[in-house]
Structures are given as C-alpha cells and as structure tokens.
Design a protein around this ligand. Structure first.
Ligand code: SAH
Ligand code: SF4
Ligand code: F3S
Length: 480
C-alpha cells in the first residue's frame, strides 16, 4: 500500500482501492469539551506507517489527547510521512502548506512531522519548514508526549533516535479508522537488506523482531473484539526471528504463522512483505496446511533481469525467482502472487525491460504495484550508479508494465468466473449499500448483492463468481 503516485496508480483500479491517500482517522466532528485536547493525524506510505499511526494514537491517548477528524479544532496536527520516492515527499510538503494556513487561522496549533521523512531530514526539517514544531522518527514515538509538552511551551523538539530494540510490543494500538473486521499487526521493524534503490534501511534502522507471544496476544484480543483478519507486517517478514529470552528458543516466521493460525480457525492471517530470497518451504507448508492462512503472497520482483537485480542488490537472479514462483504454485496451485516492479532503474536497457515484462507473464501476478525509479539521496544506488534512464523512457516503460499487468490481472480474474469462494465481508461496496464488499483468500475483492438483513461485516459467506474486471470479481451468494 504505497500511495504517493496517484496519477500512475489511477490507471489500475485495484491499486486505488488498496490506497488510503492521506487517510485521516479519528472521532467525528464532536464539539470539544473545556480542557479537552485533540490530535489530528494523516498517514502516507506503507502499511507499516498506518500501523505506526495507531501506536501513536495509543501513546497520545495515554497523554490525554483524543483523536479528531477536524484539523481546524485540533491542538496538534500530525503527518506521518514517507520518503520512498520523491513524489511521496512532495505530497508531504504540499500538506504542510495546508497546515500552515490552519496555524495562521488558529494560532497555538502545533504541527508535528513523524515517520520516514522526519528520520531522513531530521532537524533540517525545522529549518526548511519554519512552522513545524516537532520532528519525530519511527523509533521515538514514546517521546511524543514530552515533545508535545515542550512545544506547548514554545520549544521546538526533535527526536530521531533509531533503536535496536524498540518494537512497541507492549502498546495496544488504537484502531480508530477501522472497519472492525481487518487489522494490521506489526511483527518487526527496520530492515537489514540493502536494496540499492531503497531508503528504508536509513529511515527505519536495523531489523528487530517483536515478542511472538505479544503478537499472538494482540491477534487474540482482536479476534475477541470481533476482528476476523489480521495482516502481519514487516519489511521482510520471512526473516522474522524472535529469541525467547527466558528459554533461548527461537521462533521463525513459519512458526509464528502457525501460532497465530491457532488463535481461531475463523481468524484469517495475511502477511506482507515477503522477500523472495528469504521465503522458505516451511512458510509455504504452513500456508498450505492451514485453511485460515490466506493463499496470497506479495513477492516483489523489482526487475526481471539478472544484471539489474544484481545492481539492485536483491541477491537473487531471474532464474532463482522463477524457481521460487514454480515452488509456490507447486505447493499451492490456488495461491495468488503479486509484485512490486520498478521501471527504468540505472542503466536498464530496452532488452532488460523486456525481461521484466516477460516475468509478469511468467509469474502470472494477480496484481502489482508499479513505479518508475526515483533516486533517493544517500542510498547505495545514488552514491554509486548514474540515474541515466531519461524520465520519458522511464514513463514509457512503466506504462508498458502497467498495460501488461492490467491485462494479466483481467485474465487472472476472468479465470475465476464460475468458481465458488469463501469470502469475508468487510463492509458496503463503495458504489452501493445494496452490495457487500468482501475478499477471498487470494486477496481479490468480491462484490455481491446483499441478502436482506442476513449478514454483517465479519461474516464468512460463499459466493459464486459470474463476472470480473482487472480489479474486481462480481458474484452471487450461494444460499446455505
Ligand atoms: N520491504 C518491501 C518494500 C518496501 S518499499 C520489499 O522489500 O519488498 C515498497 C516498494 O517501493 C518496493 O518494493 C519498490 O518496488 C518501491 N521502491 C522502493 N524504493 C524505490 C525507489 N527509489 N524508486 C522507485 N520505487 C521504489
Ligand atoms: Fe527496502 Fe529492500 Fe528492505 Fe524492502 S527489503 S525495505 S526494498 S531495503
Ligand atoms: Fe515509506 Fe517509510 Fe514505508 S519510506 S514506504 S513509510 S517504511
């Protein structure tokens, strides 16, 4: 879920639905009581950032700040930022102009920048953006109440300390903008890979895994509160490894999946993101053996060409990736695979681009997130390689990738026509409150007419598919 690139993502309807552009969460516009303090938060970037905003909401709640959807009456305006591409940072700067206007109208309102862009720019932010009061990196959210208190006294504050231990394991995230059915659980933080194009290792620090029991406890609590699906989050979930300090025993990702799957057969488990180099057969067997672990793997390929993959430092080749895809379909023929793809990385030739196109066909991705390369200051690629593919060519290659993926997605979905799926109802369809929006195990969105008064969000129902577009399946309830 990466949402800085609306013009390109608009071309793929599925991505629009996945996207939560600058999602705001909080209570409705209820009048403020005397002495009450409120924060307003917008989040950008990946699911991890959205999940972090829920941790922030919890920490601020403890400090007496309630959420609001109305920035005009907020005491504190927060923006949880993303640095993954230049466009993401431009979006944040634009939003800061809007917050500046609120500050002019409502003097005393504090503005805080959180997340990856805070980490990348650190105190430079306060020089560049005069009206920002606090800058807080992803590992320093526990310090927010103290920094906010300082800002109330007119003191600008920065904490961008990156930790080797922080996992916020003990914090119970506040699920404010929730559909009450699906939730994210952060299982690890940071990233120890050094994909040459990527800013994440610099903005989120070293990889660390969260206490497995606290993850199971969070999943259990969510289930007890009516949630029916959890997505385990990490930049590279397959390298999850938690050592129990009491026994010295370690829990692998495959074992963690099995532990969470045991919470209840009616709790669905998803996870993101898998790095092709680390996903093991044990993970695939755990998926195969548990009906409630969804048959869907987000397995970003980035490029289909081995020379480019080497320059990207992805540590696998085209052949190796193809073997991984074969293995997944061999163990789980009904599994859907999706991808992230970068067009026009440094020195990419036309022939190498063609290999990315053929990889989309080979892997038969159900969908992909597609981007053109955006050089990020300080990354290995920015330091060592020349960003030499002209923008026009990057855009054209990206368009070819999008066109092909849209066609493959359409075929992938049309192949489901006539099939019957167990789906989890998430809520009303966007277009009509006469239809439900649900998801099948393969993470495809399924729209179908409601049966009057019969079901609610959180229910599992059986649906037969009669039509499909590149983004959505359309079905009909199978009466029990
Ligand atoms: N940890 C995840 C991805 C995190 S970033 C993983 O390893 O798959 C999400 C996606 O953004 C990446 O998969 C990549 O496709 C894209 N991306 C990252 N840096 C980029 C850059 N500099 N330019 C364009 N796209 C980029
Ligand atoms: Fe970035 Fe690579 Fe880490 Fe993903 S695995 S966050 S792309 S460095
Ligand atoms: Fe963006 Fe940071 Fe996520 S750079 S994609 S918000 S880890």
């Amino acid at each position: 879920m990466y949402n800085d690139n609306p013009t390109i993502q608009d071309l793929n309807a599925k991505q629009i639905d996945e996207k939560k552009q600058g999602e705001v969460f909080g209570a409705e516009f209820a009048p403020k009581q005397a002495g009450e303090k409120r924060f307003y938060i917008e989040s950008y970037g990946c699911q991890m950032n959205f999940s972090d905003s829920e941790i922030v909401a919890s920490i601020l709640g403890e400090a007496g700040y309630g959420p609001t959807r109305d920035m005009e009456t907020a005491d504190l305006i927060l923006i949880n930022t993303c640095s993954i591409r230049e466009k993401a940072e431009e979006t944040v700067r634009k939003r800061l102009r809007v917050f500046d206007k609120v500050k002019e109208r409502q003097p005393g309102t504090m503005v805080g920048v959180l997340g990856c862009m805070a980490e990348r720019l650190k105190s430079k932010f306060l020089e560049e953006e005069k009206l920002v009061d606090i800058v807080v990196g992803p590992d320093a959210y526990r310090d927010l109440p103290a920094l906010v208190a300082g800002a109330e006294e007119g003191e600008k504050g920065v904490n961008v300390f990156l930790s080797r231990e922080e996992t916020y394991a003990d914090i119970n995230p506040v699920r404010l903008q929730s559909n009450g059915v699906t939730a994210f659980i952060s299982i690890m933080r940071g990233c120890d890979n050094m994909c040459s194009f990527c800013v994440v290792p610099f903005t989120r620090g070293r990889e660390r895994s969260r206490n497995a029991f606290s993850i199971v406890a969070e999943a259990t609590d969510l289930f007890d509160r009516g949630f029916r699906e959890v997505t385990l989050l990490g930049q590279n979930v397959d390298s999850y490894k938690w050592e129990n300090p009491e026994t010295g025993a370690t829990v692998s990702f495959a074992e963690l999946l099995t532990m969470v799957a045991a919470v209840d057969p009616d709790l669905r488990i998803r996870f993101s993101t898998s790095h092709p180099k680390d996903i093991t057969d044990d993970v695939l067997y755990a998926m195969r053996d548990h009906e409630n672990i969804c048959k869907y793997i987000h397995l970003p390929v980035q490029s289909g060409n081995s020379r480019i993959l080497d320059l990207m430092n992805r540590t696998y080749t085209r052949e190796w990736y193809k073997d991984k895809v074969d293995r997944i379909y061999e163990i789980m023929p009904d599994c859907a695979i999706s991808s992230d793809i970068i067009a026009g990385f440094c020195t990419e030739t036309e022939a190498e681009h063609q290999e990315t196109l053929s990889m989309i066909e080979y892997s038969n991705y159900s969908m992909s997130y597609m981007f053109f390369y955006s050089e990020r200051p300080g990354t290995p690629a920015a330091r060592k390689l020349e960003d030499d593919v002209p923008l026009e060519i990057k855009k054209r290659r990206l368009q070819e990738i999008i066109n092909l993926q849209t066609e493959i997605s359409r075929k992938h979905n049309l192949a489901d026509v006539g099939k019957t799926f167990k789906v989890l109802i998430e809520g009303d369809s966007k277009k009509s409150d006469q239809d439900w929006k649900a998801r099948n195990s393969q993470n495809k969105m399924v729209i179908f007419p409601k049966a009057a008064g019969k079901h609610r969000p959180g229910d599992y129902v059986t649906v037969t598919i009669h039509d499909a577009t590149s983004a959505t399946l359309f079905g009909k309830l199978v009466e029990a």
